[in-house]
Structure formats: C-alpha cells, structure tokens
Design a protein around this ligand. Structure first.
Ligand code: FES
Length: 142
C-alpha cells in the first residue's frame, strides 16, 4: 500500500479544516514544485499558546494529510514550539509518505511558519529572521 493508514485517515477526515475569521496570524504559502497553495490560521492567547488552528488548501491528498496532522501537533503548543515543527516530524507522525510526496509536507511546515511570522509582525514581536527562511526541498530527498 502506497499510503499509510494514518495518511488515509487524515486525508479522508482532515482535522481543523476551514477558515478562521478572527485569526491572530494567517500564513499563505505556495509549493514551488507543484503550484498548490495552503492557508493556515492560528489563534494565540496572551500566554503565546496556540489555542486554535485551521487550514485551507488547494493541494493534493498528501498536503491535506500533512496539514491536518500539523494542526493537531501545534494546537495547545507555545508558538516557539510550533516553529520547531519540521515537515519530517509530521511525516514521521503519519508513518511516512512516498518519496515523491515529501515535498507536499513542506507546504504544511511553511504555512505554520508563515502564520507565526504574521502573528509576530502584527504584534510587533521581534524574531530571528533566520528561522523563517524558506525550506530547502532538496534536503527532503536525502
Ligand atoms: Fe502539490 Fe502535493 S502535489 S502539494
């Protein structure tokens, strides 16, 4: 079987899909490789904890599954912990993806980062710009 049960589950029943009207941070990113796009919304409380996450995507099934898993992994976390979330960790949590689909998981990681960056920008919070450099897809294929 090409896809793990977890991938199939998150693809068929994606968690946290939708739009958030009163988001504290919104990130939109595109996948250079396939042209698909992803939008991620986060709600952050005064304690810098992510209390809610939503995502919308015009992406493939693997992008849907990875974003769904990523939203579950960052919900309830501190914002700086969410920043540490790598596409590899999400792929591992899904019990793997076919190599040709790894680039789809990058979309989820980048969308989370873009939403956090938007939150920082809106609130005038200083941050380390190095953390927001675009993910280099080449490392996914090592
Ligand atoms: Fe575009 Fe998967 S093929 S995100």
């Amino acid at each position: 079987m090409l896809y793990s049960e977890k991938v199939m589950d998150h693809f068929q029943n994606p968690r946290n899909v939708g739009k958030m009207e009163d988001a504290d941070g919104v990130g939109e990113v595109g996948n250079a490789k396939c042209g698909d796009i992803m939008r991620m919304y986060i709600k952050v409380d005064d304690d810098q904890t992510i209390t809610d996450v939503k995502f919308n995507t015009f992406g493939c099934g693997s992008a849907i599954a990875t974003s769904s898993m990523a939203t579950e992994m960052i919900k309830g976390k501190k914002i700086d912990e969410a920043l540490e979330l790598s596409n590899r960790a999400v792929v591992e949590a899904l019990d793997g993806l076919p190599p040709a689909k790894i680039h789809c998981s990058v979309l989820a990681e980048e969308a989370v980062k873009a939403a956090v960056k938007d939150y920082y920008d809106k609130n005038g919070i200083a941050y380390d710009h190095e953390k927001f450099q675009s993910v280099d897809c080449a490392h996914c294929h090592e």
